[in-house]
Design a binder for this molecule. Structure first.
Ligand code: NAI
Ligand code: 15L
Length: 270
């Protein structure tokens, strides 16, 4: 069994999930090294680097026990922009990890790698991780590529990865679809901790959500790492449904895991 990682590089530390994890992960005993292309509020020592900068990435990963890779374009964008940050940038990160002998990466994949998968109806089985990639955007396509890149770096170079297909990680679910996809910040920290400490993960793909009553997908591969979700979006259901209404039958939010990303994705930059 690998020794538990202690020093962890957190890329994308200035983003929504990164900000939440900077608060929550130190309680698990990690020393976080933050990296982002923009300043990280409250972390004056953060590494400021673009994923385009291979030398900076190599220096940033030097001496860490693991990397949590959140940085990149997190919504839909032009193909070239997505390729630069999420494909070329990801390759740079893995090359840095390989060169510096970092044993494990936790890669922020996304539900949008499988976004065109029909959402299960009542009584149907939850979607397994082995479901084929069905990206709903160039963004989702880049996450599908990222999972394949992680598999390649395990098979070819012995770099371990847990690819986490995150649902919707926000302080509260913001839509009816998110009642199914929600990953509470506290459960996100639990899942990342499990992904960092589980022995011998090779390349493992997991879904990232809380123990939602309305969950669409199968959390068994995440649970096999030791993840025990605690939160359930159901406590927000009445409020969210009253505010947003149930998605119309036949709408993208009704039909697909990726919901509105399939037809009208939010675009980067915000
Ligand atoms: P975000 O957009 O808030 O944060 C991304 C961060 O990456 C930003 O701080 C940005 O400055 C940084 N970044 C972008 N391009 C960069 C580059 N070229 N070099 C260095 N840093 C760069 O995204 P969020 O919501 O925090 O998501 C984090 C990760 O998790 C992303 O990879 C996203 O695709 C993934 N994810 C997030 C979900 C969510 O519910 N928040 C759901 C599914 C996946
Ligand atoms: C994602 O992949 C996005 O990065 C995030 O901003 C959310 O929109 C999330 O998916 C979602 O599907 O709700």
């Amino acid at each position: 069994m690998n020794p538990a990682p202690r020093t962890v590089l957190l890329t994308g530390a200035a983003g929504g999930v990164g900000t939440l994890m900077l608060d929550l992960l130190p309680a698990y005993g990690y020393e976080l090294r933050a990296l982002d292309v923009v300043p990280v509020p409250g972390v004056p020592g953060a590494v400021r680097a673009d994923l385009a900068d291979r030398a900076a990435l190599r220096e940033a990963v030097r001496g860490v026990d693991a990397v949590i890779h959140l940085a990149g374009i997190s919504l839909e964008a032009g193909f070239d922009q997505i390729v630069a940050a999420n494909i070329v940038g990801l390759h740079h990160l893995y090359e840095a990890v390989r060169e510096e002998g970092v044993p494990r990466v936790v890669f922020a994949s996304s539900n949008h790698a499988v976004g065109f998968t029909p959402r299960p109806r009542d009584g149907e089985p939850r979607v397994p991780v082995a479901t084929p990639h069905r990206p709903d955007t160039y963004y989702g396509l880049s996450k599908a590529f990222g999972e394949d890149l992680a598999q390649f770096y395990w098979d070819k170079h012995g770099v371990e990865t847990v690819s986490v297909r995150i649902g919707s990680c926000f302080p509260e679910p913001l839509s009816v679809r998110m009642l199914s996809m929600w990953l509470s910040p506290a459960d996100c920290a639990r899942l990342l901790h499990a992904a960092l400490t589980a022995p011998e993960v090779g390349h493992t793909v997991v879904y990232g959500s809380s123990a939602n009553t309305r969950a669409f997908w199968d959390l068994s591969s995440a649970r096999a790492l030791g993840y025990e979700p605690v939160d359930d979006s159901e406590e927000y259901a009445e409020k969210v449904i009253a505010e947003k209404g149930i998605p119309a039958p036949g709408s993208a939010d009704d039909l697909y895991l990726g919901g509105h990303f399939c037809v009208d994705p939010p675009r980067w930059p915000h």
